[in-house]
Every structure is written in C-alpha cells, then in structure tokens.
Ligand binder design. Structure first.
Ligand code: NDP
Ligand SMILES: CC(C)CCC[C@@H](C)[C@H]1CC=C2C3=C(CC[C@@]21C)[C@@]1(C)CC[C@H](O)C(C)(C)[C@@H]1CC3
Length: 219
C-alpha cells in the first residue's frame, strides 16, 4: 500500500498533475481494498491452504516480505512514466469487473471458512455436503458446488481489473495477471492431490459432482 501510494505521488510529480490519474487511482484503490479485506477477514486465513497444508517456511517468509510488496506494485510503478487515459465507460467497466470478482472471492472464502469453523451453523443449513472418512465434510452446493475453486475465479477477475487500467502497450503491468494465473492453476493441482490423499473416495465423488476446477463449463 505504501509503495503504491508513493507511486501515485511520483506520478503527480513526473507528469505534473494536481491529482493522480484515474488509472493510478483505480490500481491504488483496488489493491487497498484487497489489503483491508484481508485484514478485516483475518480469521479466514486460518482455513487457507498455506495454514492447513503448507505451513510457514521460505515461500511465505520470502513471498510476504519481498515478492508481494515489490512485484504486486508493478502496475502502479508502470503508470508513473506511462500515462494510460481511461474513458468514463472504461472506468465503469473495470470497476464493475472488480466488484464482481470481489463478490465471488469474498463470498466463497467466507462460506468455506464458516463451514469449516462450524458445519452445524444454521446459516449454512441450506448447503449440501458429503461426509468423508476423516470426520470433516465437503461442500457440494453453494459457491463450492459451482466450481472446485470459486475463490480463485473471483481472485483472477480482480487480477484482470488490476491490470486493465494500464492498457495494452506493455507486458509489465500484465505480469501480475500472468503470474497469478500460473500460481493458481499450480496451486489448484497441488490442492487436488492433497485433498485426494486426505479424503480418498469422498474427494472422487466431489470431483464427479463438481466437474470444473476454476471456470464453469471451460476448465
Ligand atoms: N493474491 C495472492 O497472491 C494469493 C491469493 N490467494 C487467495 O487466497 C485464498 C485462499 O486460497 P488457498 O489457501 O490457496 O485455497 P483454499 O482457500 O481454496 O483452500 C483449500 C482448502 O479448502 C478446503 N476445501 C476444498 N474444497 C472444499 C469443499 N468443497 N468444501 C469444504 N472445504 C473445502 C480443503 O481443506 P480442508 O478440507 O483441509 O479444510 C482445501 O485444501 C483464495 O481466494 C486465493 O485466491 C492465494 C494465493 C496467493
Ligand atoms: C515466491 C513465490 C513465487 C510465490 C509466493 C506466494 C505468496 C506470495 C502467496 C501464497 C499465498 C498467499 C496469500 C496471500 C498473499 C500472497 C501469498 C502469501 C493473501 C494473504 C492475500 C490477501 C488475501 O485476502 C488472502 C486470501 C488472505 C491471501 C491468502 C494467501
């Protein structure tokens, strides 16, 4: 957030602007929302793959201290010297994309987190689940009945909204979208293997019921 904010100030100085450009504002506000949401819903981090399977090690230490701050701010860095004017229609479309992505991301992460914390929660009584030999159940309706990783789908739509304000003149601001797609496809495969190992036949049944991994009817 601080790096992004300083890029907004650098843009004003370099481009001699009285205020940051619309594209710089969108990138800053979108990423600020992501960070604030992560802090607000901090307890939901406890049911993510990093904590459930991976544990704390080099990836999270290096990822959180170096990778995230210095590569996730590349869109703002790019905009400092590469103005990318946006029409009101483009701004509205990008904001709508971000809102849809955020809604899917937040709702699906919170649904799974609430279910893992208390499967008997009356607010989740409408959801179907299948039991597994471990005593835990797997959701097969609601967001987790649409695709196997609805939270990744929402996150990818948001990633697209973070790159679009920078236009199509250079590959650098698209770095995040490309890296994130590879990261999440790889993460999805890792999670599939881990869940198959943990849940065996119940996982196979889940995969037969929910056929698509990230995008309904496509992948
Ligand atoms: N911006 C970034 O750089 C990154 C963001 N993220 C985001 O973080 C969020 C969390 O992602 P991540 O930790 O990878 O994965 P998930 O939050 O999807 O966690 C996967 C775990 O959820 C449980 N699960 C899977 N399917 C079901 C089901 N049908 N019913 C109930 N539980 C189920 C399993 O664990 P168990 O059964 O043991 O509970 C599984 O191992 C995502 O939104 C992702 O996009 C992730 C990586 C990087
Ligand atoms: C160094 C490698 C090439 C990759 C490093 C991966 C890490 C940067 C990510 C692994 C899982 C992450 C999550 C978030 C940030 C990136 C890392 C650390 C997250 C905290 C971002 C905010 C979200 O709201 C979240 C759902 C809490 C995320 C959880 C996973």
């Amino acid at each position: 957030v601080l790096i992004n904010f300083s890029m907004a100030l650098a843009e004003m100085e370099r481009q001699q602007l009285d205020a940051p450009s619309a594209s710089m504002l969108l990138v800053n506000l979108f990423q600020l929302l992501y960070v604030l949401d992560g802090l607000w819903n901090e307890e939901a981090i406890l049911t993510t793959m990093d904590l459930m399977h991976d544990g704390f090690g080099f990836m999270l230490a290096f990822g959180d201290l170096v990778w995230v701050p210095f590569t996730y701010s590349l869109q703002a860095f790019y905009l400092v010297d590469h103005p990318s004017p946006l029409s009101p229609a483009a701004i509205s479309a990008i904001v709508a994309l971000k809102a849809v992505g955020f809604y899917i991301f937040r709702k699906s992460n919170s649904e799974k987190n609430a279910f893992r914390r208390n499967p008997a929660d009356p607010r989740l009584a409408h959801l179907k689940s299948i039991p597994t030999a471990t005593g835990k159940s797997l959701l097969v309706s609601g967001w987790w009945g649409v695709v196997r990783h609805p939270n990744y789908l929402g996150d990818l739509l948001m990633a697209l909204a973070w790159s679009l304000p920078c236009g199509f003149q250079h590959l650098l601001p698209w770095y995040y979208m490309i890296y994130f797609l590879i990261l999440l496809v790889h993460r999805d495969s890792r999670d599939m293997s881990e869940c198959r190992r943990k849940y065996g036949r119940a996982w196979e049944e889940y995969c037969r019921t929910v056929r698509f991994r990230l995008v309904p009817h496509l992948y």
